[in-house]
Design a protein around this ligand. Structure first.
Ligand SMILES: [Zn+2]
Length: 189
């Protein structure tokens, strides 16, 4: 299993609801966390905040989210089964966003600052999570993945909204939208 990049088909397919939390689902969660941390080791200027199952080719509704994405030494993740947005509130904040499946490209995406998400944990516990700021952004980005949506879709056509990460020093270099406007790998069908 590996992290898939655009234009992998599973990134564009809606994912199925998980009925029973089987050992295979738990194994998938472990594998996703392992792959996220391996990716981070290979990308010293970036942090792996979360991963969605379609990013490893499994179209099931599960995401793994870093417990503390501000501290790279904290390598704990929480798996959320069938996560759904209950409500969004707060200000619309436009900020840089990236994706493990869209290498080195970043974009300025507007999202609500506060979100309530309902989900089931791997032990079957039903939870409601109130997330703000970066965590709210992460949750919305990951739940989009379960619907076949990538962050670039939200800003398609917008100039001054894209940048490429300079892998040597981590700087974001502006990308003219015209450069990526016809990139079929990025946008899908
Ligand atoms: Zn992503």
């Amino acid at each position: 299993m590996k992290i898939l990049m655009t234009p992998a088909a599973s990134l564009r397919e809606p994912s199925q609801k998980i009925g029973e939390i089987t050992p295979a689902i738990k194994k998938l969660a472990d594998e996703m966390i392992k792959l996220s941390l391996e990716w981070e080791d290979e990308h010293p200027h970036e942090i792996s905040s979360a991963l969605a199952a379609p990013q490893v080719g499994e179209n099931v509704r599960m995401i793994v989210v870093r417990n503390n994405s501000e501290d790279k030494s904290d390598k704990e993740f929480t798996a959320l089964i069938n996560p759904r947005v209950v409500s969004e509130s707060g200000r619309l904040i436009t900020d840089w966003e990236g994706c493990l499946s869209v290498p080195a490209l970043y974009g300025k995406v507007a999202r609500r600052d506060s979100v309530k998400v309902a989900a089931t944990l791997l032990d079957g516990t039903e939870v409601k999570i109130k997330a703000d700021g970066h965590l709210a952004r992460t949750m919305l980005h990951e739940i989009d993945h379960l619907n076949g949506v990538l962050f670039v879709d939200k800003i398609r056509g917008k100039k001054k909204s894209f940048a490429r990460l300079h892998t040597e020093d981590g700087a974001l270099v502006p990308v003219d939208y015209a450069e990526i406007a016809d990139d079929a790998d990025l946008w899908g069908d």
